[in-house]
Design a protein around this ligand. Sequence first.
Ligand SMILES: NC(=O)c1ccc[n+]([C@@H]2O[C@H](COP(=O)([O-])OP(=O)(O)OC[C@H]3O[C@@H](n4cnc5c(N)ncnc54)[C@H](O)[C@@H]3O)[C@@H](O)[C@H]2O)c1
Ligand SMILES: [Zn+2]
Ligand SMILES: [Zn+2]
Length: 366
Amino acid sequence: MKAAVLYEAGQPIQVEDVSIENPHAGEVMVRVAAGGVCHSDLHVMNGDLTAPLPIVLGHEGAGVVEKVGEGVADFKPGDHVVLLWRASCGQCQYCLSGRPALCEMGTGIRWSGNLSDGTSRFQRGDRVIHHHAGVSAFSELTVLPREGLVKIDPSVPIEKAAIVGCAVMTGVGAVINTARVEPGASIAVIGCGGVGLNAIQGGNLAGAEKIIAVDVLENKLGYARQFGATHTVNAGEVDAIESVKELTGGRGVDYAFEVIGNPRTIVQAYQMIRRGGTLVVVGVAPMGAQVAINASSIMLDEKTIRGSLYGSCNAKLDAPRLLNLYKAGKLKLDELISREYPLEKINDAFDALRHGEVARSIVRFS
Ligand SMILES: NC(=O)c1ccc[n+]([C@@H]2O[C@H](COP(=O)([O-])OP(=O)(O)OC[C@H]3O[C@@H](n4cnc5c(N)ncnc54)[C@H](O)[C@@H]3O)[C@@H](O)[C@H]2O)c1
Ligand SMILES: [Zn+2]
Ligand SMILES: [Zn+2]
């Protein structure tokens, strides 16, 4: 079967034949229907974010269960599933304390590139190929731990469900779960790509009064308005911090969401929040990068800085909920998918992401 493999950072992805082993006990094989093209994969391709290489990329996707391993009773062939890039075991300290996005099992899978038993199901010749975050959605078939899947309503178009696997869960979740934005609040979203547009939608769902979208590309600000931004700021043309302050009576916003992963915009976002406000960092900065924030202002202004991993979600609860909101016409998914690519064109899909051409694109399997 065909899969998209990254051998080395800085090199193009190779679409090639890879062999896949049957699911081991507790695992599920999925025929992937669509995989979303997220900047976190681009960070791995650039080397800004490390991952065990070679790797089958793709961490956002949905598909249909093909077969199940021994002891899997909760999934059966034919089930429609969203693939989760952070499996949650339900038993570790983080899962038990209501923070499954920090699950020790899922975290172990991410950094080892192997499934829970320490081995990979992908191979090419003699060479072991790793799993990306336990998902590897850019592959005709993939194997996940049963803890990394959530069953969904088969009446939802499966390619729409795919983007819930990362962009929607992360962006909406940052606003609803991490920040717990309250009705009437003001928010700024810095970076209006696939994830940022969902933070904007999250702001709408939460009843935020002002939703200020900040980006350097006019097409992204256009998408932002379509997704419910009340104001837009082109940070390439004006001073973004001053503009956000002007729009909020000189004080700054209650919440700012940095959805780029740039130390400079993280500091900018901190400066955009009012005294007592909260900065939520969603963007993935290059590993080892530091931010310098005025130390006394943290105390004097009582500011909060929070990280948001996977929208601090409880994915098994949140994914079906988000899809119900889509069915009820309260969450935009159709408008998010600007383009579809066949697997063979995956490098073009990442070029389009790199150049800011799309809201989100997907790789669609026939
Ligand atoms: N926290 C998480 O769990 C999580 C999950 C998924 C993605 N991410 C990260 O979120 C970030 C966004 O992902 P995405 O897929 O939406 O990426 P994207 O490339 O679609 O969007 C990034 C946006 O930022 C804008 N931008 C770049 N530089 C800017 C600047 N200086 N000022 C203002 N805007 C600027 C770009 O024009 C683009 O619209 C990435 O870093 C990604 O790795 C984090
Ligand atoms: Zn992602
Ligand atoms: Zn756990």
